[in-house]
Design a protein around this ligand. Structure first.
Ligand SMILES: Nc1ncnc2c1ncn2[C@@H]1O[C@H](COP(=O)(O)OP(=O)(O)OP(=O)(O)O)[C@@H](O)[C@H]1O
Length: 228
């Protein structure tokens, strides 16, 4: 994906500025202080946020002109899964994701069940979504996105609400999907261990990419600027 002369303005201020950035790695992490611009960067990648100036292109598609097409091949998982689950049960939520791509309802049900099984959560299919734990909800949110076989997966602090075991399970599942379906992932996170497992890391602070490259070096730079 590419960013060219990008500026995002809101009200009187500038949220993000990225003059020139090409991202080609399969696994990218984005770190930085609160309010630095990580979520804004992720949302630029699939056109949820449009650049005020400049252009962003993902999977060869312009995020503004081809935003709809782009959102069919990019998935977004937020830190708060409850906000992403709108139907009474996980099965119905995954079916909802498939409503445009699989017209036949029996076929849609089979595809939804297959995705839940692939993520090891078939037993949750008919439970009440609101009664699931945060970890279970986050896996269901992942299922609603992965069922569409995205080429790029955007993860915005996906493990923030999860305990260690669930965070590890979530990360393992994302890894196996990366391998199996060659999905590219961009993960914004405050979990520096998770960030370190990427091929390339961006440090976003004050609305700019202030460092980027090899994860350990970028994490070290972040630690230096955070501790003064
Ligand atoms: N729609 C908006 N309108 C105005 N300001 C916004 C909007 N969205 C985000 N901001 C501001 O943009 C800045 C960057 O926010 P962003 O959510 O991208 O940061 P972040 O690095 O993801 O932060 P955190 O780690 O706290 O989630 C913040 O100052 C935020 O208040």
């Amino acid at each position: 994906m590419t960013f060219r002369n990008v500026r995002v303005l809101a009200g009187q201020g500038q949220l993000l500025e990225i003059p020139h950035l090409d991202l080609t790695e399969q696994r990218i992490s984005v770190i930085g202080p609160n309010g630095g611009g990580k979520s804004t960067l992720l949302q630029l990648v699939n056109g949820l946020v449009e650049p005020t100036e400049g252009r962003v292109s993902t999977e060869g598609l312009d995020t503004v002109e081809q935003g709809r097409q782009l959102r069919q091949c990019t998935g977004f998982v937020f830190s708060n899964p409850a906000a992403q689950l709108v139907m009474p049960t996980p099965l119905e939520d995954v079916e909802l994701s498939l409503r445009r791509s699989v017209r036949d309802s029996a076929q849609r049900r089979r595809a939804a069940l297959q995705t839940l099984a692939e993520l090891g959560i078939a037993d949750l299919a008919e439970r009440s979504s609101q009664e699931l734990s945060s970890g279970q909800q986050q896996l269901v949110a992942l299922a609603t996105v992965l069922t569409l076989r995205p080429r790029t997966l955007l993860l915005d602090e996906p493990t923030t609400l999860l305990d260690l075991a669930n965070a590890a399970r979530f990360t393992q599942l994302v890894r196996s999907m990366e391998r199996k379906h060659r999905i590219r992932t961009i993960t914004a996170t405050h979990d520096l261990e998770l960030a370190a497992a990427a091929e390339r890391t961006l440090l976003v602070a004050g609305g700019k990419v202030v460092a980027e490259g090899e994860p350990q070096e970028v994490i070290a730079a972040y630690r230096r600027c955070s501790t003064g």
